[in-house]
Design a protein around this ligand. Structure first.
Ligand SMILES: Nc1ncnc2c1ncn2[C@@H]1O[C@H](COP(=O)(O)OP(=O)(O)O)[C@@H](O)[C@H]1O
Ligand SMILES: [Mg+2]
Length: 389
């Protein structure tokens, strides 16, 4: 039995998703997983982390390291797993900047691995993106290596992750994997929810609010006119592209409802429309860019919990079946942390954990930097949660 623990903080800034996974030669088992929500001030700080000064970014790196360590320790406690049984932690970190096409290609993930290793006593593999970038790749996407290893041996299937941004990997026995960001995942939905609830809610639980609104087909056409959707893969995007300013351009500024009552206010209609658009752009991007006829769509990420979104997706992709990845034993928000646990587990065994074809790197590399620990080094948990001062 080989236990590896994965940690992920994505563009939604909702919290740290963790998964403890038992990897065997042909099967994996998620022993436990959870998402520890960030307190709202930290979530807000992460959303504007691009604008931090260097001293503040340096502090955030340490603070996030503490949060990641605590997320790992909580998962170990809740699964009653002693740290010494865990071979490695794979920590993605939190991306504060990703600029693979800048004059000097660069990327930056924060969440100091030394702090995670120190608090848990477990070796940490982190900074996966950097090596790919150094080898001429875009630094993303990295999860397709996991998709290919665990889902790539059957019929053509689309693994659709719906986090802040939505991304797809096409895998299948007879195919070379194809992967790209399709467009906005939950980022527009969350932005609308924050706006219409005046910050009281950060997401549309199970899509319940969106279900009540009317879809504005004219706005769908305007959203679909965004040039990103015409670009051919490989391509990637971020919440800085699919952002409040796009909502203002398409819907104007006067849709924030003064009070949320049961009726279908303009705000609820905007939410219904961006929820439908999230499914629409995924289905249309498949038609435009996937080179093979897919036989199944497997959805992961927090978006898999949005029933309205999932219903739209199933209708738009019919007759192709759309399933939550939970069907395969992976809770939706455990998928990405499980993928980084896998990449780390491969790294410490000296096995390739990279699909250069999906990133544009010049060849296959071992991704990640290792922060080792002395054998049997004692874990020294802090015993309390570090909160933002
Ligand atoms: N129960 C739920 N119902 C609807 N949406 C949800 C639910 N749980 C999570 N989400 C959505 O998923 C997002 C987080 O998804 P996640 O996969 O963690 O994305 P990221 O990798 O960008 O952090 C939340 O911001 C929210 O929009
Ligand atoms: Mg998340």
């Amino acid at each position: 039995m080989a236990l590896a623990l994965g940690l992920m903080s994505g563009t939604s800034c909702d919290g740290i998703s963790s998964a403890l996974v038992d990897f065997r030669p042909r099967v994996m088992r998620v022993v436990g997983c959870r998402t520890v929500a960030y307190p709202e001030p930290l979530a807000q700080l992460l959303r504007r982390s691009r604008t931090l000064t260097v001293p503040h970014a340096a502090q955030l790196n340490i603070l996030l390291g503490e949060w990641f360590a605590q997320a790992a320790l909580r998962l170990l406690r809740s699964t009653r797993t002693p740290a010494r049984r865990v071979a490695v932690i794979g920590s993605h970190g939190h991306t504060v900047y990703h600029g693979p096409r800048d004059p000097i290609p660069c990327t930056l993930q924060l969440g100091e691995p030394a702090v995670i290793a120190e608090r848990t006593g477990i070796p940490v593999v982190a900074d996966f993106r950097m090596r790919d970038l150094a080898a001429g790749g875009e630094g993303a996407p990295l999860v397709p290596c996991f998709d290919q290893a665990w889902f790539g041996h059957g019929m053509p299937r689309a693994l659709q992750n719906i986090g802040g941004i939505a991304n797809v990997t096409l895998v299948g026995r007879t195919l070379s994997p194809v992967a790209f960001d399709t467009g906005p995942g939950n980022c527009l939905i969350d932005a609308v929810v924050r706006r219409i609830t005046r910050g009281a809610q950060s997401y549309d639980r199970h899509g319940a609010m969106a279900q009540r609104g009317r879809i504005d087909q004219d706005a769908i056409r305007r959203l679909w006119a965004h040039p990103y959707f015409r670009r051919a893969p490989p391509k990637s995007t971020g919440p800085e592209v699919f952002h409040e300013s796009l909502l203002n351009a398409v819907f104007g500024r006067r849709w924030t409802s003064p009070a949320l009552t049961g009726g279908t206010s303009r705000g609820i209609d905007v939410l219904a429309t961006v929820t439908y658009f999230t499914a629409y752009h995924i289905a249309e991007s498949y038609r435009r860019f996937l080179p093979a006829t897919i036989r199944e769509v497997i959805v992961s990420g927090g978006g898999a919990f949005n029933r309205t979104l999932m219903t739209h997706l199933a209708r738009l992709l019919r007759p192709v079946p759309v399933h939550s990845i939970a069907r395969y034993g992976l809770p939706p928000q455990a998928k990405e942390p499980a993928a980084f646990a896998y990449l780390a587990w491969q790294a410490i065994r000296g096995r390739i954990n990279h699909l250069p074809g999906t990133t544009g790197a010049s060849g296959a590399r071992l991704l990640g930097t290792l922060t080792p620990v002395l054998p049997h080094s004692a874990a020294r948990p802090l015993g309390h949660l570090v909160t933002l001062g």
